[in-house]
Write a protein that binds this ligand. Structure first.
Ligand SMILES: Nc1ncnc2c1ncn2[C@@H]1O[C@H](COP(=O)(O)OP(=O)(O)OP(=O)(O)O)[C@@H](O)[C@H]1O
Length: 220
């Protein structure tokens, strides 16, 4: 589903490469956690996969489509159609209700969503909050809305950057349950950047960025 081959990145403001020659593979329905010290390049790698940051070399192939060589507008369209993204800061639209936030990607793509919406509201435990304003929700509820929004258009790939970074331990557990179980049951590949070992331990595999290279993590 996702194949990253020999990707390298150095920001113009830095003398050294952030990472070089990174290769990874994630199958449909599989989850991968990316860990590493602050500043090692986890978010940058995730954003390269998402097509939000350009790599210096290497390739990213998602569901058979090489995305690294696409023009920006095509990359944006590909991301909207095939990738679901979850961020630490939730990135919800405050003036829209829960349902309107969740259905936004599907409405933008003009795809039917009613059946999937009902399923997601139920599995996220959000049925009773569907008409609420975002500001009236707890942090955990807001992140569950963000996860439902990431899944509404049946993406093949879900990218999550510190999805529980803003939540307490108990809430973090519930949100992680939702994210990992839904990605698996929907057959989506999931890549999660996290500092939390408990989150990484839920993934099928975990890797760490160390000295600009990717290493497997086995002692979680
Ligand atoms: N647009 C940019 N221009 C220049 N440098 C950048 C840019 N974005 C990130 N960096 C630098 O690249 C390095 C890696 O950043 P990145 O956010 O990918 O790390 P991270 O591992 O996700 O960190 P954290 O765990 O603290 O979120 C940092 O030193 C950061 O300052």
């Amino acid at each position: 589903m996702l194949l990253v081959t020999k990707v390298s990145k150095r920001y113009a403001t830095s003398s050294a490469a952030l990472f070089s020659g990174i290769t990874l593979k994630v199958a449909a329905g599989e989850s991968l956690a990316i860990m590493g010290a602050s500043g090692c390049g986890k978010s940058t790698l995730l954003n390269i996969i998402a097509g939000l940051v350009t790599s210096d070399s290497g390739s990213v192939v998602i569901d058979g489509q090489e995305t690294s060589g696409l023009a920006e507008s095509l990359r944006d369209a590909f991301r909207a159609a095939h990738i679901g993204m979850v961020f630490q800061q939730f990135n919800l639209i405050d003036c829209l209700s829960v349902v309107d936030n969740i259905t936004l990607p599907a409405r933008y793509l003009k795809r039917p969503y009613q059946q999937r919406l009902a399923l997601l509201l139920q599995s996220m435990g959000l049925e009773h909050k569907q008409n609420s304003a975002i500001g009236d929700l707890s942090g955990g509820e807001q992140q569950r809305v963000a996860i439902a929004r990431a899944l509404i258009h049946s993406p093949k790939l879900i990218l999550a950057d510190e999805p529980t970074g803003n939540l307490d331990e108990a809430t973090s557990d519930t949100v992680a349950d939702c994210l990992f179980s839904l990605a698996k049951s929907h057959g989506a590949a999931l890549v999660v950047v996290t500092h939390a070992k408990e989150i990484a331990a839920r993934a099928d595999r975990a890797v760490v960025i160390k000295h600009g290279q990717l290493e497997p993590l086995t002692n979680l």
